[in-house]
Design a protein around this ligand. Structure first.
Ligand SMILES: Cc1ncc(COP(=O)(O)O)c(C=O)c1O
Length: 431
């Protein structure tokens, strides 16, 4: 006989963190599709592809580690200090100094259990409620922005987002658009709100936008003038993994927090990210790790250590990932033109400058993309509805109900069929 147990009451923080969230739904959908629902055409989630040339390098490196008894034992048996493995931190700081002339040392670095975890630490360090009763927010200069941030605040309403302007690059027949930062809007938000930090992903998940070097310098100057950090999420960007199709420089300044991750290199299972930050912030991240997790996983750091020491890690993006994902993006964009035009759909795509998503704009659809997502899921196509990426905006924007994020990195046949089915359902939704 099972006894029925009255559920215990959760704290306010507990209810917020354990309650429904977009990222939980997305990860559960993705997890099911990758395990028990193989018939699902998986265009949702942010899983990287298994890129054969990179997988081969990872396998080779793992064999090397297994063959080296001492290194393997050390990796498996020892806890690292909370900010990360000292040799890894020294080597990475040396690489970044050598290659880019950044004035940083190991004290500016902290490893976390993936970038997701890093942002939870950073956002709650820099925004929320402060001692003097003030509240501060994280300013997102461009909405749409990464869904994974949306529910990370321990305090409610952690984000304030700005609408971008929309540009239509010439020669693209009005089918390709690009978000650009609306600087007057950003300056107005800085002037009237208590902002603890400015944050942006570059390349941006979901749109594949890459903030230009000029936009990043301008944001950096605004942050410096306010005495607040500029957080750049380089989960896909430079210096690594470098899934970039547009020329853009890695950026660093003393008030910048740059977050890198091994996930999109092909190692999401190792849960390894690196925070590069002013010393007091990097040390605070290490201190939070000690409390919440003691230490980080060692495997990701040890796997890539020789590539950090030699600098080879900087070549993997340009030599292996860029050609692979460029081809995936090109093929999928061809299917958009073929199927969407044939179905008479009024569509536009954000210019794909990095990461592995198409951000599809279906103008004037007569249902929300959340409803469209349900219809597509019923036809075994998994996407991510656009609504989730517009958190922090103070006013509604019809555009937020008209976009879908599509991960084009999986097997070509599944992507092609998926795009064909989306075209059919989009045509119905525009009638
Ligand atoms: C923009 C962005 N930032 C951070 C993350 C977090 O990734 P991870 O925790 O695997 O490093 C992701 C994952 O998809 C992402 O897309």
């Amino acid at each position: 006989m099972f006894q029925t147990v009255t559920p215990v009451e959760f704290s306010t923080v507990g209810r917020k963190l354990a309650g429904p969230s977009g990222i939980r739904e997305l990860m559960e959908d993705m997890g099911r599709a990758m395990t028990v629902e193989p018939q699902m055409r998986m265009l949702g989630g942010g899983n990287p592809a298994a890129v054969p040339a990179l997988q081969a390098l990872i396998r080779e490196r793992m064999q090397e580690l297994l063959a080296d008894g001492d290194a393997f034992e050390r990796m498996m048996v020892n806890y690292d200090p909370p900010p990360g493995n000292p040799r890894f931190l020294r080597s990475l700081a040396a690489l970044l100094q050598r290659e880019y002339g950044w004035d940083i040392g190991p004290q500016n670095l902290a490893i976390t259990s993936g970038g997701q975890n890093a942002f939870f630490h950073l956002f709650n360090l820099l925004a929320g409620r402060f001692e003097n009763g003030r509240r501060k927010k994280i300013l997102l200069p461009v909405a749409p922005e990464y869904i994974g941030y949306a529910d990370q605040g321990i305090e409610p309403d952690l984000f304030l987002a700005c609408r971008p302007t929309i540009e239509w690059p010439a020669g693209r027949a009005g089918k390709v658009f690009k978000y650009a930062i609306d600087f007057p809007a950003v300056e107005a938000a800085l002037a009237c709100g208590d902002i603890g930090a400015i944050a942006a992903s570059r390349p941006t998940n979901p749109s594949g936008n890459v903030l230009t070097d000029a936009e990043v310098s301008h944001l950096s100057a605004l942050a410096a003038a306010q005495g607040i950090p500029l957080i750049l999420d380089s989960a896909y960007g430079p210096p690594f993994p470098g899934v970039m199709f547009a020329p853009a420089q890695p950026f660093w300044a003393p008030h910048t927090i740059l977050v890198l991750s091994l996930s999109k290199l092909g190692l999401p299972g190792t849960r390894t990210a690196i925070v590069i930050a002013p010393e007091n912030i990097a040390q605070a991240v290490g201190a939070i790790t000690a409390i919440t997790g003691l230490a980080n996983g060692t495997i990701g750091q040890q796997l890539v250590l020789p590539w950090i020491e030699s600098g080879k890690i900087l070549e993997l993006g340009p030599k292996i990932l860029q050609p692979f994902y460029t081809e995936k993006s090109r093929a999928a964009a061809g299917w958009v033109r073929e199927y969407f035009d044939a179905a008479g759909v009024d569509w536009a795509l954000h210019v794909n400058e990095g990461a592995f998503f198409h951000w599809l704009w279906l103008k004037n659809i007569n249902l929300t993309t959340r409803e469209l997502y349900e219809r597509l899921k019923a036809r075994k196509v998994l996407t991510v509805p656009g609504e989730y990426f517009f958190f922090g905006l103070e006013t509604d924007w019809p555009h937020r109900h008209e976009c879908l994020r599509l991960n084009f990195s999986r097997e070509s046949e599944a992507v092609r069929e998926g795009y064909q089915i989306i075209a059919e359902e989009a045509a119905k939704a525009q009638r």
